[in-house]
Design a binder for this molecule. Structure first.
Ligand code: PFF
Length: 455
């Protein structure tokens, strides 16, 4: 192993430099959330209004929690179960709850990753007319009894391959290729769209705030989007922080990670909203799979001769975003096995692979073999997405703030943060962790439960 740091437990991999950490954390943060939810939310909630609220939340609440999670990881040198147990014996349960999140998110994220892989291949081999034929192409693929499993396998294979090469040889190297490519391609597509005739109306719609849409719903959505697009409350940032060397500055790094995720969301919106205006004369009204696999192929088709290249570039972009996030989720699970069961990394990866294959195949079967199956009235994928995003993650985030803010006290982590330099904002940070974040997270939780019960 190239870089090792000796902790009380076992030699632990460490990031080669501050930048490989920032890029890995940003790579985890930038994912499907930035591409298929952000543009839709921005379009729905008055463009610039949503952008401004999202920016405010990312650079206040978001980076405060990011700092908490990464400093907790660095302080304990452990993944999430061990980290919570180490700071307070009574908070071990929180470690287990936080650890459960990546084990549930991973499988359904793989299914969606498989769809993205399929669309890269489809744009290379199939005419854009066929892909843009309403929902026919996507539905047929999603419900297929063979092809959907094959592409799920391809995406899982790519993810596990990178993780198998280790923190330095696999994850760092993979991110160093995928992240710069993602950013360059995203900027290039956004520039191309912005110079097309008809895009200016969409750009105006996207950037100019419409304050009349300001509402509690907008605020809750901007907050939830902040959590998701920073990979918070998933155990990921604690794990990535645990691979940090003591001298790396944390405060600057979390601002940079927040900046990356915000920037990519901004660009994703600057691609999708004006492109939808060019094609349909309105902002996109769909989100999630229907935006990505049904609406966007129609948008690309309307671009005429560049439809195929646009489709390939766009889906490669989304593939890289999804892959770097799924890598972080698998690494988090591997590190939980290694730390808690003192298992070898290779053995952990094999056990995890078996678990993920079975769980992901089950989620995928909700579209074919078990297509009539529902859990609490929801399709399997939607159910696991709902349980993690709307229930488990807010509970984990809230309990984390209470444990660190009120039980062990923020000073433990302030001392850790100051190992790499004076922490100028420690008072504001303490207020964030003790008061602001818990109140806002409680609001999200109440709103999610109310929405679920109201449905
Ligand atoms: N920040 C990631 C995203 O926006 O997609 C969140 C994430 C989800 C990370 C699922 C990892 C993962 F497996």
């Amino acid at each position: 192993m190239a870089n090792e740091q000796i902790t009380e437990n076992a030699p632990r991999a460490t990031w080669t430099s501050k930048w490989t950490f920032v890029i890995a954390a940003a790579a985890s943060a930038v994912g499907l959330g930035n591409f298929w939810r952000f543009p839709y939310l921005a379009a729905k909630f008055g463009g610039g209004t949503f952008l401004i609220m999202y920016a405010i939340f990312v650079f206040t609440v978001g980076i405060s929690l990011l700092l908490l999670e990464t400093s907790l990881g660095r302080n304990t040198g452990l993944s999430v179960v061990g980290a919570f147990a180490r700071i307070n014996k009574k908070s071990k349960w929180l470690g287990y709850l936080a650890a459960a999140v990546p084990f549930v998110i991973g499988p359904y994220y793989f299914v969606v990753g498989g769809w993205v892989c399929k669309y890269v291949a489809a744009y290379i081999s199939t005419s854009p007319e066929i892909l843009a034929n309403g929902s026919n192409y996507f539905n047929a693929f999603q419900h297929s009894e063979l092809s959907s499993y094959v592409w799920l396998g391809v995406f899982m294979g790519l993810t596990f391959l990178v993780v198998a090469f280790g923190v330095n040889g696999g994850i760092e190297r993979g991110n160093m290729i995928m992240m710069p490519t993602l950013i360059v391609v995203a900027i290039a597509i956004a520039i191309y769209i912005s110079v097309q005739p008809g895009s200016s109306e969409g750009i105006k719609y996207y950037f100019v705030p419409d304050w009349s849409v300001m509402s509690p719903e907008l605020i809750i959505n901007a907050l939830s989007q902040t959590f998701y697009t920073l990979s918070l409350a998933m155990g990921i940032m604690v794990t990535y922080g645990s691979y940090l060397k003591r001298r790396e500055p944390l405060t600057k790094s979390v601002c940079q990670i927040g900046g990356f995720s915000f920037g990519v969301s901004l660009i994703a919106g600057a691609i999708i909203v004006p492109a939808a205006f060019m094609a349909f004369g309105t902002a996109p009204t769909s989100a999630g799979p229907s935006l990505m696999f049904i609406t966007l192929p129609q948008v690309f088709l309307s671009m005429g001769p560049v439809a195929t290249s646009m489709g390939i570039l766009f889906f490669v972009l989304v593939l890289f975003a999804a892959l770097t996030s799924s890598i972080s989720v698998v690494e988090t699970c591997v590190s939980i096995f290694v730390d808690n069961f003192h298992m070898r990394r290779s053995k952990s990866i094999i056990i995890l692979l078996i678990y993920m294959v079975l769980f992901a195949a089950f989620v995928n079967s909700g579209y074919n073999f078990l297509s009539t199956g529902r859990i609490f009235g929801m399709e399997f994928l939607d159910f696991f997405d709902f349980v993690t995003n709307s229930i488990m993650m807010p509970i984990v985030a809230l309990a984390t703030c209470i444990v660190v803010g009120w039980v062990v006290k923020p000073n433990l982590l302030i001392v850790e943060i100051e190992l790499s330099g004076y922490f100028r904002f420690k008072t504001i940070w303490t207020i964030m962790i003790k008061y602001v974040c818990p109140i806002l997270i409680t609001l999200i939780l109440i709103s999610n439960v109310a929405t679920a019960l109201g449905d």
